[in-house]
Design a protein around this ligand. Sequence first.
Ligand SMILES: Nc1ncnc2c1ncn2[C@@H]1O[C@H](COP(=O)(O)OP(=O)(O)O)[C@@H](O)[C@H]1O
Ligand SMILES: [Mg+2]
Length: 221
Amino acid sequence: MVAGTAILSAMAKGWFITFEGGEGTGKSTQLRLLNDWLRALGHRTVHSREPGGTPVAEAVRAILLDPALEPDGLSEIFLLEAARHDHVERVVRPAMAAGAVVLCDRFTDSSLVYQGLVRGLGWDEVETLNHLATGGLAPDLTIVLDMDPEVALARAHTRNSEGTARENRLDDEPAEFHRRVREGFLELAEREPDRVRVIAADGPPEKVFARIHPVLPEALR
Ligand SMILES: Nc1ncnc2c1ncn2[C@@H]1O[C@H](COP(=O)(O)OP(=O)(O)O)[C@@H](O)[C@H]1O
Ligand SMILES: [Mg+2]
């Protein structure tokens, strides 16, 4: 609880923490664990996701997940950025201004890696669009969950077969796609080492979380 006390005082203003990484690496799972942990320490948190988090953005999410609609790469990035802008303006900024810790499942870095790098729209081009959509708001801390994509995908497939609907279209991509996604997130962490922390995502959820929470006091000084 000593570390927790330090975090509490450090978080007098709002913070913005994002989770990134490939499918099945445990982003949603770890975000829930961090959310519970911060709440137990007395923080107000807002748990959100991209694309999503507002009615407009959830409607965009439904478009992106609809297998009958296949927007091309450029249409896809504009849809994502439209959802992002709405989410930042209506959820993230107000919550931070009110002193909450905003936890978001995927954010601008997913667009950089998936659309910019892997789909080939260009890193700088997507960075420009991200900046327009967010008005320059960047996360205070980004946790990249990193592990062998084949093992991560096996997790995601288990999740999808247990759940009611598939979470997205990425699970169906070939192994090479997921390998490039992993490399893209590692490259991102090299470019922005202060903001982006790579956490090994193998092992049981509690073990992974034990690697995550010690990063907060140091990263959010
Ligand atoms: N550390 C872990 N070890 C084993 N299974 C995990 C672990 N973390 C999450 N899972 C399970 O793997 C699946 C994918 O995890 P999830 O958190 O949804 O990943 P993501 O949000 O990154 O796609 C879920 O069924 C989840 O319960
Ligand atoms: Mg998830």
